[in-house]
Design a protein around this ligand. Structure first.
Ligand SMILES: CC(C)(COP(=O)(O)OP(=O)(O)OC[C@H]1O[C@@H](n2cnc3c(N)ncnc32)[C@H](O)[C@@H]1OP(=O)(O)O)[C@@H](O)C(=O)NCCC(=O)NCCS
Length: 170
């Protein structure tokens, strides 16, 4: 029996199909008066880089539902080349966890230093903002399978934390 458009959209896809990379040169407007990249600017880039993979995987509009804890390990300065890599770790029903790793590239020495890593949850939505089902993702490598398993544990922690916060809202 021929499959319809919706069934076609919901066909499982391998992680590698939507893995994305975004590159940015740090300009003076991205930095504080000491020439160091602003944390808020990096968070903006992380959100965009994560959305790239989420859009590509879901083939839909997405909104950011949450961003987990962020650490900044290495300072980044004006003129540096920042590399952001994103990958869909796991799909649940209408949401997906995307991992973003951030690197600063020394293109003179051909070296990469880890700057930050983040997990974001995106929800696929239609033009009216209603959530939509997302196709399953297929992890193919050991690393992707590890991230898939870990994403399940992180989702449970996130849910519990969300419930705890909601219970405290006056
Ligand atoms: C995210 C949003 C679409 C969820 O609304 P909803 O669909 O009515 O919410 P539901 O409770 O039915 O949850 C839908 C999915 O989102 C997930 N979700 C909802 N809030 C979440 C949060 N804070 N963190 C992680 N996941 C969340 C749920 O777990 C569920 O996932 P699943 O279907 O894969 O199990 C809605 O809260 C929203 O539009 N928020 C604003 C988003 C935004 O403006 N972002 C910044 C600009 S892009």
């Amino acid at each position: 029996m021929p499959i319809n458009e919706e069934q076609e959209r919901l066909m499982p896809r391998p992680v590698c199909d939507s893995q994305s990379e975004m590159n940015e040169i740090v300009l003076p407007n991205d930095a504080n008066p000491l020439g160091a990249l602003l944390g808020g600017r990096l968070m903006h880039w992380i959100d965009l880089a994560g959305a790239l993979a989420a859009h590509r995987h879901s083939r839909n509009y997405v909104v950011t539902a949450s961003i987990d804890h962020l650490d900044f390990w290495t300072p980044v300065h004006v003129g540096d080349l920042v590399v952001l890599r994103s990958s869909v770790n796991r799909v649940f029903t209408t949401s997906m966890e995307v991992g973003v790793t951030v690197w600063v590239e020394n293109y003179l020495l051909d070296e990469l230093k880890h700057v930050s890593s983040a997990y974001l949850t995106f929800v696929a939505v239609d033009a009216a903002g209603r959530h939509l089902k997302v196709p399953p993702v297929i992890p193919e490598t050991d690393e992707q399978r590890r991230r898939y398993e870990d994403a399940g544990r992180r989702r449970e922690i996130r849910k519990a934390e969300r419930q705890r916060r909601q219970a405290n809202v006056p």
